[in-house]
Design a protein around this ligand. Sequence first.
Ligand SMILES: C[S@@+](CC[C@H](N)C(=O)[O-])C[C@H]1O[C@@H](n2cnc3c(N)ncnc32)[C@H](O)[C@@H]1O
Length: 468
Amino acid sequence: MNIPITTLDTLTRLIEQRTGLNVYAQFRSELHPLLEQLAGGDLVRLLHHLRATDETDSQWQALINTLTIGETYFMRDKEHFRLLRTRILPQIILEKRQQKRLELTIWCAGCATGEEPYSVAITLQEFLPDIAKWKVTLIGTDINQRAIDTARQALYRKWSFRHTEPGFEKRYFEPSDNGAQLKSEIHKMVTFKRANVLDTPPVTHCDIIFCRNVLLYLGKESIRQVENNIFEALTNGGWFILGHAEALRYQRERWLLHIFPGTPIYQKPVTTALAKSAPTAPKPIIHDPIENAESFVTIDPNNSPTAAYSAAVQAIQSDNYPAAERYLVEVLAKQPNYARAHTLLAFIFAGRQAYPEAHAHLDKAMKYEPLLADAHYIRGLLHLEQKEIAEAQEVLRAALYCNRQHIMAADLLGTLRAQAGDLPDAYRLWRNAQRALTAYAPQDYISDFSDITAGALDTLLNDRLDKE
Ligand SMILES: C[S@@+](CC[C@H](N)C(=O)[O-])C[C@H]1O[C@@H](n2cnc3c(N)ncnc32)[C@H](O)[C@@H]1O
């Protein structure tokens, strides 16, 4: 069929108006055979039909299916997921806890076959030790009904796992004849809806919106519309994550731009009045490079929990905290009652000032192993961080009750006693610590969460005890 150029123009304009897809630039050659097939020889009738129906119509869906690119995979753009864990979630969650409103709303717009929202669900599951107490609304939308149907099934082929760590699939999926079936605890966290990102958003007051690798395919006017919709759908202070190859082009002055190493992320200002009146784009907030950014370690799925735990300890001793966290998640996936892994995770969360999460991991550690001195010791550190000195002393004493030889607890409690003016008690505790050190070689590390060696601590203690 020979399609007159004017009809083709009218059709591509209509498609762009409805879907945002920049058809002319990208898909004209593919559109030709499809239109021939859909029109059945009568292009004018097809044009009328498309004008009279919305995108749920089967002919619209046939077009959308041809014109959209549904490329996606689990944990795509690992840097985004790392920022989610280390920068974005800790801040949001701390605020929510302070407000006593344990609710999170996250929208993945243009989620294709669901790998993206499920990756977010998995991240939340790993990040929030008390997730059962939270009301999580996690919604994935896409204009393509077939993609949404696939997402709801949550049955994936190997290709979807092409950039995940070896243990990932085993941890969260059950093998089945037709692929890997997502486990129900993650599956039920996400709801899906067919929706056009140009229309009124399906959720409001979102804490985070992902709209990654969608704007790439849209025309200028549509991008402007999407950016507006996303701005309106976010709560004040909410975060907007685009694909690596994308950056906001319009109305940037409304947004705070955070430049994290290798990736820009936008944030809706906390007070929108300020943003509306801003005459020029605010300066980007440049975040320092994060040490050990290359932290995505390869995890051997056959590793025993004990081997993965040792790998976590080594990662901590070389200051690679993100790697340590990945190993510990692996340990707990295999053995949820591994008290030492909960304790080490609490230590990592404490370092990020995610105190409630740290306390929640300690609660679990103590539930499984009430006399684990390390867990009491970390609890002491948490109290100290929060300037709760009396509580810190109490739990450090509990640590020493569990293990009289606990060097770190004796050393720290000694320091607190010295600060309180009780020098005899301080010297007693430091001498105890020094005696316990004799069980170690000078080059040995004295605990799983410290890079101080027995020799180095011995020198420090000698200095203090010399003044006795
Ligand atoms: C390349 S995929 C991106 C998937 C996922 N966000 C990611 O980054 O892995 C782009 C998706 O955007 C969807 N899309 C395109 N235009 C859309 C629109 N107007 N409304 C909603 N989804 C749209 C497509 O159907 C496709 O599934």
